[in-house]
Write a new protein. Sequence first.
Length: 295
Amino acid sequence: MLQQDIDHEREAREEAHRNMLAALQSKIEAKERRIKFEEWRHEVALDAANEAFNASAGRLRKLYAVEKLAGNCLQKITLDIVHKFLNRDVEHEQLKSSVKEAEVRLETLRDQFERFKRDTDGMTFDTKPESKSRDIYLEVEEYENRLAHLLKEHEQSRQRLQQSTLQVEHMKRWANRMGRSLAMFEDCTRVEKPADLPLFFQQMQRAVDKFIAHIVQQISSGKVQRKNMSQVASKEYHEARRLLADKDFLKANCRVPPSLDGARPTSRQGQNNGDEDPTPKEFQTDRDNCKKESR
């Protein structure tokens, strides 16, 4: 009987020992699983953070590249406009000189024509195609066509000059406004004349670089959230759409069509003791009559 109790007690002890070892092993395995889970979660979080950082850096590099390309393109366009604006006086003077020479030549031909008509009144001319009278008429007509062409070119140059002047004025106002906006990053020169634009765009490029670096630093430190930037951009977009749809704004910012500016006076003025030049219709009638008389 005592031996049976001893055996039973030993079996119970061994069973309890096995249970304790099994419980301890399960605890160790659970601990190892937790450690592996924590390591896996850390790796996932680190990969996600690296991916987000790389994506953000890629977007910022793209934005920087786009801004730089836009700045270079705008600088090139501006230099072309400034070059045209600076040379507009030379082109204008050349056109005026060409028109003046053509007008002097036309007046000379008209005098020769009148003198020829007086000297040959009542005389009979050769009706062959190679006669000199026909050559004179053709020469007068040719110079009239050249004069009309030069006047047309002068008008086109004047319009181009006006457009270039308006573009430069818009650029000056825009440059001064952007200079005030970027004043905290770069002290930009105030644009008073077209020659100030190249220096302003160089300063503006440095200001934009500093602005981008400042934004990158703000985003990296967490002071600026991309979500907040998107919300601000969306708010400004909707505000601009609302302003463009406002009837009062459109009424206050209307554009006058060029046809309502009024007719520009002609560049030719009456000469020869105040006598006005004959109209093209009268001149054509007079020439036709001379041709009929010479046949």
